[in-house]
Design a protein around this ligand. Structure first.
Ligand code: E4P
Length: 217
């Protein structure tokens, strides 16, 4: 399973990348706002840190506008992945951009039928938003399972990018169900390593080690 980091905070991206945990990055207009940075400048910096796909989202709603904005974003770096909304115009732009050799992440997916359309439009990634579905009182993880089944039934190569991940449980469940990628907020990514028995065990080992009076040199 690949891990993308869901942020436009370059300090976080550098730190996590240095740990070897980052296969790519996803941003969106809200994350750009949070970063306080210019989209072109921050996306360029992120693309210089991470070798994998860096999703940058268009804001136009019509096909022509999306294609125009995609051309601007694609010029930033070779690893920019154009993020398009799951609308008919977005699907049309997805078909055109992927046919032209660009990576496309189709975002704001909330149903299996939407994911089917994105795969038919040749999307590189489909982003089902787990947390936002959970927020509505339904199980977002069920959607990941449905998409996995549909894509496997027909051999679609579109990768399932579990998005809107809020908890470590979301990450584990996405991996169990077979999502290809999870895009994870930095705090949640760091939290994956935590286990009280690891801390307790380490403390006990270090106490016993001190009693041996030895050092490894
Ligand atoms: C995905 O690409 C989105 O940027 C992100 O996962 C949305 O998450 P949110 O629902 O926590 O805003």
């Amino acid at each position: 399973m690949q891990f993308f980091v869901d942020t436009a905070d370059v300090t976080e991206i550098r730190e996590l990348d240095a740990l070897g945990l980052v296969d790519g990055v996803t941003t969106n207009p809200s994350l750009i706002l949070k970063s306080g940075r210019d989209i072109m400048e921050v996306t360029k910096e992120i693309c210089g840190i991470v070798d994998g796909p860096v999703s940058a989202e268009v804001t136009a709603l019509d096909y022509d506008g999306m294609i125009r904005e995609a051309a601007v974003l694609a010029k930033i770096a070779g690893n920019v992945c154009i993020k398009l909304p799951l609308t008919l115009e977005g699907l049309k732009a997805c078909k055109a951009l992927t046919s032209d050799g660009h990576m496309v992440n189709v975002t704001l997916c909330f149903s299996a039928n939407q994911a089917l359309l994105a795969a038919k439009a040749g999307a590189t990634f489909i982003s089902p938003f787990i947390g936002r579905i959970d927020d509505m009182g339904t199980d977002g993880m069920e959607l990941i399972g449905e998409i996995r089944t549909i894509y496997d039934n027909y051999g679609f190569s579109t990768k399932i990018l579990a998005a809107s991940i809020r908890t470590v449980i979301h990450v584990k469940q996405s991996a169990l169900i077979g999502a290809d990628v999870a895009t994870i907020p930095p705090g949640t990514l760091r939290a994956l390593v935590k286990h009280p028995l690891t801390d307790k065990g380490l403390e006990a080992f270090l106490n016993d080690w001190a009693k041996t009076g030895q050092s490894i040199a």
